[in-house]
Structure formats: C-alpha cells, structure tokens
Design a protein around this ligand. Structure first.
Ligand SMILES: [Zn+2]
Length: 340
C-alpha cells in the first residue's frame, strides 16, 4: 500500500493580476485567516516585464517581513486577467494590461526556482475563492463567479469540476458578444462585447462617446467632473446617474441590461445554482444587484430558459481573486478533484 503524506506544513503564495492592481498574499497551507498576509501595488505598464518584476519584489518583501524562507514556499498560485496560456504562463491578447504578450512564468521562476507555479485565469481563480471561502454546500458543485471590474471575467464550476478549456480560458465571458450589430468597439478588437458595455472601462468609454455625440444631456455629469472629461470613471457616471443625469442613466441602464444578457447566457450554458458577482463595479452594487435579482426571480425567461440561479455578491469584494489564487495553489498541491 502506498501512503500519501498529507501536506500540513508550509506556506503558499497567491497573486492576483488585474488591470489596475496587483495583489500578493502568503498564507499557511490550511488558509487560516490569521496567517493571511497581503500587499498590493498599482499595475505598472512600462514594459512587458513590469508585472513580473512587481510580483517578485512584493513577494520577497512579504517573505522577509514574515520571516519565511523561500524554500518554505510549497507553491505559488497566480491568477491573471486573461487570456493566458496556463502552461507557459504567458498572457496574450489582453485588453487591459498594456501589452499583447506578457511573459510571467519565466521571469518569476528565475527568482523562485524549484517552486511550482500554477497559473489560472483570474475569473477561474475567483470561482475557486468562492468555492473554498463562501459557497454553501448545496451550490458548491455548480457555481459561477463573475468579476465586473476594469474588464469582465468569469469562472465556472460545473458538476464539481472547474472548467478550464484547452489553454485555461473556458470562461472568457466578458468577450461574449451581447450585441452583434453594435458599433461599440471593445478593447479586444471585437464589437458589442459584454465588457464593452458593463465593465468600468466600457462605462467610461461609452460615456466619453456619448458626450462627444451630444445627443443626451450630460450637464449633471459635467458638473461633477468640473468639465474635465479626463476625470470620468465608472464611479462618476454612477454618481451622476443617481442625480438623474440623462446620459449617465442611459449608460448605467445599458450596463445592467447587458449584464442580464450575459448572466442569462451563462445560465443557459452551465445551468448553475448560484452566480456570485464581484469586482470594483460592485462599489455601486445597490444600483446593480437588486435589478438583477428582481429580473431573475420574477421574469427570468426573458434572458434564460433554464431555471434561474441565485444572484449573490461575494463578501470578499476585490480580494476574491487573490483568495482564489491561494486556493488554486492549495487545490493543485493537494490534488483536489475540483481541479484535476
Ligand atoms: Zn471584447
């Protein structure tokens, strides 16, 4: 009989790479909350190695501050905005990280040789974070995570397995085309992507276009930004919508409508028990979540033929991707059935 020694000691590192922030954490393998140490920095886009350099610097700092030696690290889990090749650890065609090709595995392995590095699309990482840290027993096997942030991403656990696809990008949901005849161009190059309407970047760009077109009144928004359009982010648009700004209300309505379309498609494809939402757009969750819940509780058929999922908000907000990266490293070294 072969005895498998259960790994109970040692540390794992988690990294979450987003369009705006890079977050890094270390924790004991049991993911005990008390031992979770974190740091973050803004995502530098000076050259294609800026991101890997930032990650190594922060991780080394975290190890030093907590008196942990490099060789006590059992694994590093890296969740990145995709698409990325999870074997080679190269991000490609990304819309928000500044470069079309971003190598991660090689430069990080140079700094952390002999430590296994596991790459995962950040949306898929997020759903693992939900799975480990907050999903209820009766929804764990069929749960989806959607991040609405600089971009839109997702992760899907279906029948108790994380869906990965040929390179690990099985749930690039943000680039699902929700409006094929649209003239709204997404950062990825396609037209009518969900992300082009409902992400922070999408809301900002659509608002700038709307102001330029001048068809809808945007006086209240212009007042908030003191006529300086460089100040526009999703935050200001939602703020203006609350005050009744006509253009901003239209942009927010579209953001929510196309999110309903996206959620309906996800539920048709994966028949999920629950969908958790997270990401920076949830700063305005009070305008977004109740409308989604009402739609899928009262009139789901307009958007999905399957029985509707429960719509929930992750309680870990923008930390769920980081927690997912840690979970992925843990599940990989423990060979959890979710990821194999
Ligand atoms: Zn796109």
């Amino acid at each position: 009989m072969i005895w498998v020694k259960k790994i109970v000691e040692g540390y794992i590192a988690g990294v979450d790479i987003g369009g705006t922030w890079i977050r890094v954490a270390i924790c004991t393998i049991d993911l005990n909350e008390v031992n979770l140490k974190k740091k973050s920095t803004r995502t530098l886009k000076e050259n294609k190695f800026s991101i890997s350099t930032s990650i190594c610097e922060i991780l080394l700092k975290l190890l030093k501050e907590n008196q942990i030696r490099k060789n006590e690290l059992l694994a590093i889990g890296i969740a990145s905005a995709g698409p990325l090749n999870t074997d080679t650890g190269v991000v490609f065609n990304n819309a928000n990280l500044g470069f079309r090709i971003i190598p991660l595995r090689d430069p990080i392995e140079n700094q952390f040789p002999r430590i296994p590095i596991y790459f995962i699309n950040d949306g898929s990482g997020g759903v693992l974070g939900v799975h480990y840290f907050e999903a209820e027993e009766n929804e764990k096997d069929n749960v989806v995570y959607i991040t609405m942030s600089t971009g839109i991403g997702g992760g899907v656990i279906c029948d108790g397995h994380l869906l990965l696809g040929k390179e690990g990008n099985a749930a690039e949901i943000g680039h699902g085309i929700v409006n094929p005849k649209s003239k709204v161009r997404c950062n990825c190059g396609a037209y009518g992507c969900w992300e082009a309407y409902s992400s922070g970047t999408g809301v900002k760009l659509r608002t700038l276009e709307g102001i330029k077109e001048g068809k809808l009144n945007a006086d209240l928004l212009l007042e908030i930004i003191e006529n300086d359009t460089t100040k526009i982010t999703a935050k200001e648009v939602f703020q203006a919508a609350r005050k009744g700004d006509i253009l901003s209300c239209k942009i927010v309505d579209d953001c929510i409508f196309y999110t309903k379309v996206g959620i309906g498609l996800i539920n048709n494809y994966y028949d999920c028990s629950s969908i958790y939402l997270g990401g920076a757009m949830m700063n305005d969750k009070d305008l977004i979540i109740p409308e989604l819940i009402e739609q899928f509780e009262k009139d789901p058929i307009r958007f999905s033929i399957n029985h509707p999922p429960k719509i929930k908000l992750t309680k870990f907000q923008d930390e769920i991707g980081l927690r997912g990266a840690l979970t992925y490293a843990k599940y990989c070294i423990e060979q959890n059935k979710i990821v194999i």
